[in-house]
Ligand binder design. Structure first.
Ligand SMILES: [Zn+2]
Length: 223
């Protein structure tokens, strides 16, 4: 995931027309009128603004938007759950179709990590052999549930993503590849921690935090 602090203001067109766009959508959502949730021009305004929010990547899986997948306008709180938030700038995020589709209109009730508000880095481990994400062992029960829900809601264990994560780990320096508790960072600073080797790493949780754990950086492109 990409931590995307929302430092930029909403686009001027959204400030000017957002209320009217919202009223239009609320009419559609209530069944009083028909049409797509947003006009093509409104979508274009939002897409351009959102593209820069996460450095051109999907906030959930870090796929390069426009290269391996198209940008979709993601509503953190689904627009069908709360139509009034359909054009709320802080509710909008850039995502790929493969994350947006499984999330769909689910009412996650805040369980999904919101990457502009929460740094996802401390929430996950990458298993070095399978590339699967797992909740970081230091999380409390509530945090662990949010990590698991984020994985489930956005289908972040997709085989292609897991393969890319393993490749990312393998691209790191050979001396780090088998590091115990080695810390990896994505290209945008989202840190994930490699689980310890050798195999069956989950049986020795204490070793993950041993002194002298190797820290390194690795790029995680186009997952
Ligand atoms: Zn994605």
């Amino acid at each position: 995931m990409v931590h995307t602090p929302r430092t930029s203001p909403p686009p001027a067109e959204l400030v000017t027309h957002g209320k009217r766009w919202t009223v239009r959508y609320e009419s559609i959502a209530s069944g009083s009128s028909t049409g797509d949730w947003a006009t093509q021009s409104a979508k274009k305004v939002l897409a351009v603004a959102l593209r820069g929010l996460a450095h051109g990547k999907c906030v959930y899986c870090e796929s390069a938007l426009g290269v391996t997948t198209y940008l979709e306008i993601e509503h953190y709180v689904a627009k069908t759950v709360t139509p009034a938030l359909a054009f709320e700038w802080t509710n909008l995020l850039p995502a790929c179709r493969l994350c947006n589709n499984p999330k769909s209109e689910q009412d996650h009730k805040g369980a999904l990590l919101k990457p502009d508000a929460v740094d996802p880095e401390p929430y996950f481990w990458i298993h070095p052999d399978t590339g699967k994400l797992e909740p970081h062992p230091k999380l409390d029960a509530v945090q662990s549930r949010r990590a698991n829900e984020t994985i489930r809601i956005c289908d972040l264990q997709r085989p292609a993503l897991c393969t890319k994560r393993v490749e990312m780990l393998m691209r790191s320096a050979p001396s780090d590849r088998f590091a115990v508790g080695g810390a990896m960072r994505s290209s945008h600073g989202v840190q994930v921690r490699a689980a310890p080797r050798p195999r069956n790493p989950w049986s020795t949780p204490d070793s993950r935090n041993r002194p002298g754990a190797v820290h390194t950086r690795a790029r995680m492109n186009e997952c």
